[in-house]
Design a protein around this ligand. Structure first.
Ligand code: 5FU
Length: 268
């Protein structure tokens, strides 16, 4: 299966341009760590991301949790974040979880105050509305004129979520309808039944060394479990790093654990 191939080899053949770019970054920086920058102060996010830049392949944002005081401060933030992405060679993933009909998500992706498509290389969407959601988002991605990719949510990390199993399989079927734009999935491990020539990048949130959970249904797996045992590609870590007294030291622990799990997997 493609999960036994190296990121370097997959970077040559991935069907999406964003997939090729991300896998190239992962291989060259030796990192499959994505930081979830879930802070509410924009300058704190930028300072943190500047420090962690060398250790990550991707930054995940929730643009709508950030406290912006003026409309222009949104653009200032996204411009500064994009400059950091260039400086440190990582991509940006807005965890927007679109979930409406194609026409509405096209507006939400292109416009409003956040103009997500203009600065975010990757975003994600629920499959609940059907394939029109992919078509709507893809139409906006084409307007941008720069590579954009989509992750479909096939399974969530949280207790009691309705994903996984048959839902995940149906999500994969839907993704097959747009191999140029859909880069892969949010799930807790590789997808079953990938066909010859398919390559789906799987990213897993809900990762913390030591496991456990939080008071609101989050459940944590370790980097070894999601990447090594279950075949996911990218670990997404929020509070495990961002709430640390020493984020750089802790991010390095996650990078080493997730990269080591990947190296063992492809050497097997
Ligand atoms: F799609 C998902 C999911 O299934 N679980 C998640 O936790 C997304 N997330 C996001 O990853 C969530 O919204 C947070 O932004 C982040 C996890 O943060 P944590 O602090 O590592 O729990």
């Amino acid at each position: 299966s493609y999960t036994m191939r190296t990121y370097e080899a997959r970077a040559e053949t991935h069907p999406t341009e964003i997939g090729r770019r991300l896998l190239t970054i992962m291989a060259s920086k030796k990192t499959n760590l994505c930081i979830s920058a879930d802070l509410t102060d924009p300058s704190q996010i930028l300072a943190l991301v500047d420090k962690l830049g060398p250790q990550i392949c991707l930054v995940k944002t929730h643009i709508d949790i950030i406290t912006f005081t003026t409309p222009s401060s949104i653009t200032d933030f996204t411009t500064a974040l994009s400059a950091l992405a260039t400086k440190h060679n990582f991509l940006i993933f807005e965890d927007r979880k679109f979930a409406d009909i194609g026409s509405t998500v096209a507006h939400q992706y292109r416009g409003g105050v956040y103009r997500i498509a203009s600065w975010s290389h990757i975003t994600n969407a629920h499959t609940v509305p059907g394939p029109g959601i992919i078509a709507g988002l893809h139409s906006v991605a084409k307007e941008v004129g720069e590579p954009r990719g989509l992750l479909m949510l096939g399974e969530m990390s949280s207790e009691g979520n309705l994903g996984g199993g048959e839902y995940l399989q149906k999500t994969v079927e839907m993704a097959r309808g747009d191999r140029e734009f859909v880069v892969g999935f949010i799930a807790q491990g590789k997808v079953d039944g990938a066909k010859e020539g398919e390559d789906w990048i799987v990213m897993s949130p809900g990762v913390k060394l030591g496991g456990g959970g939080d008071a609101l249904g989050q459940r944590y797996n370790t980097p070894q479990s999601v990447v090594g045992d279950k075949g996911s590609d990218v670990v997404i870590v929020g509070r495990g790093v961002i709430m640390s007294e020493d984020p750089v030291t802790d991010a390095e622990k996650y990078r080493v654990a997730a990269w080591g799990a990947y190296e063992k997997r492809v050497a097997a």
